[in-house]
Design a protein around this ligand. Structure first.
Ligand SMILES: C[S@@+](CC[C@H](N)C(=O)[O-])C[C@H]1O[C@@H](n2cnc3c(N)ncnc32)[C@H](O)[C@@H]1O
Length: 274
């Protein structure tokens, strides 16, 4: 649904800006967003050609001219139009922390900086939700080696369901957001693995101590406020020798790496550990 018509139809619309999408609500950047020429399948360019100096600028200029011809507003105007309809604009807390921003760096129309979980809470009861996974295809590695009974923290919309290895028997899905659980329904139904949902937030996990063979947490710890408490619970329900696999994004302690991530010339580092 185009947010611009949502308020005239009395439909509440909220937008969540995360990672590089934050640029669209960043005071200094929203007027200078460029078309990505590398790895952009829509441009039908060879990756190498897209990486040549100036290609991104030329493509951006070309797109801007086309948009002008079609009377399509540029990003700042477009965002202002959306905000004027009463739609809520929210910045992602993990991304704001990652890029070391504050609310002052964002345009004044941004209502709040919230976590993904809080946004799911806002969207609860909504009829339409668009989610876009930032990193595709990559979590395979993080589920490899999981066995037996797995507790998954932040099950979300169940994007990992098709990736569980055959040695996984049962998944205890810890996910507080009703919207996410609803989005997961079809994947859960189709799965040959028994997936049991806990509509809880991992504090506490309603499982006996030492009852799980593995634990999984992809892209979730960054959205949890009381991480210590959740990790203590995960530790409690894991049997001795169980594996905990997690995938996170965070700002590197190496300044050069951090700068590269902040400049977006390379993708945010993700870390998998067992
Ligand atoms: C960024 S999403 C990742 C979802 C999924 N793991 C994925 O990779 O697509 C983070 C998820 O963590 C959930 N979450 C937030 N707080 C939580 C908590 N205290 N315990 C468990 N899950 C939580 C959110 O509702 C959200 O579904």
């Amino acid at each position: 649904m185009d947010c611009r018509c949502s308020s005239s139809r009395r439909i509440e619309a909220n937008l969540f800006f995360t990672f590089f999408g934050l640029d669209a609500i960043h005071k200094k950047r929203w007027e200078h967003i460029k078309v990505a020429a590398v790895g952009n399948p829509g441009l039908h360019f060879a990756t190498l050609a897209g990486g040549l100096p100036g290609v991104s600028s030329v493509m951006t200029h070309y797109m801007e001219r086309k948009m002008d011809k079609l009377d399509i507003p540029h990003i700042p105007e477009f965002i202002e139009m959306i905000a004027d309809t009463g739609a809520g604009l929210y910045g992602c807390k993990a991304s704001v922390d990652l890029f070391e921003l504050t609310k002052d760096d964002l345009i004044e129309q941004v209502k709040e900086i919230i976590t993904m979980g809080e946004f799911y809470g806002l969207a609860a009861g909504g009829q339409i939700i668009f989610t876009c996974r930032l990193i595709t295809g990559q979590p395979k590695g993080v589920v490899e080696g999981l066995t037996g009974r797995v507790v998954e923290i932040g099950f979300g919309s169940g994007l990992n369901v098709d990736l569980y290895p055959p040695r996984v028997d049962r998944v205890y899905a810890v996910e507080p957001a009703e919207v996410a659980r609803r989005l997961a329904e079809k994947r859960v139904e189709k799965s040959s693995i028994t997936i049991q949902h806990f509509g809880l937030n991992g504090q506490p996990i309603p499982l006996a101590s030492e009852s799980c063979d593995s634990a999984l947490s992809p892209f979730t710890l960054c959205t949890i406020r009381d991480v210590q408490r959740v990790l203590t619970e995960v530790h409690r329900v894991m049997r001795p020798g169980a594996r905990f696999h997690f995938l996170e994004r965070g700002l590197s302690s190496d300044r050069r790496v951090a700068r590269v991530a902040s400049n977006r010339s390379s993708f945010v580092s993700a870390m998998a550990a067992t």
